[in-house]
Design a protein around this ligand. Sequence first.
Ligand code: ZN
Ligand code: ZN
Length: 172
Amino acid sequence: MLIDLSELLSHEDKEKRLSYQLEMKEFETSFAKYPVSMREPIELVFKGLGKKKILIESDMKLVLMIPCDRCLEEVEVQLNIKTSKETDLDEKNVPDDEKEEYLSGTSFDVEKFVYGEILVNLPMKTVCNEDCKGFCNRCGTNLNHGECGCDTTELDPRMAKALEVFNSFKEV
Ligand SMILES: [Zn+2]
Ligand SMILES: [Zn+2]
């Protein structure tokens, strides 16, 4: 949805508030797609600060399903994001590399804005549980569901032999 902010430019201290239901059903990056399992309407406040400057405040809550880094089971990751930024709607005053993607003239693109906010607030690490045991690196069993019986204390002798041969080839 596009919101026209031009009315905020005419008067200082003018305010526009709205509540917006996000359409995004999946959050997609260049390397992953996370389903959005819950989203509350986003609260947005725009304030005219005079001289074509505006303040954008937002408050959003949503839940993304992100796979655990160790066992790949989906984890509900709740994001509560509050932002407050000042923007200059006079394009002449903003260098090209600082232009916001969600602004085009006086038009504000809510979905693009939200996308950018989620992206910078994504957790660096996601684990289903701090004690997640992950996968057995021999047979691929999810070790949170039980032991697979593999001997993980030392390499299988046949495997060790194969590795030795492999490494000797690599050195040549
Ligand atoms: Zn896990
Ligand atoms: Zn195993």
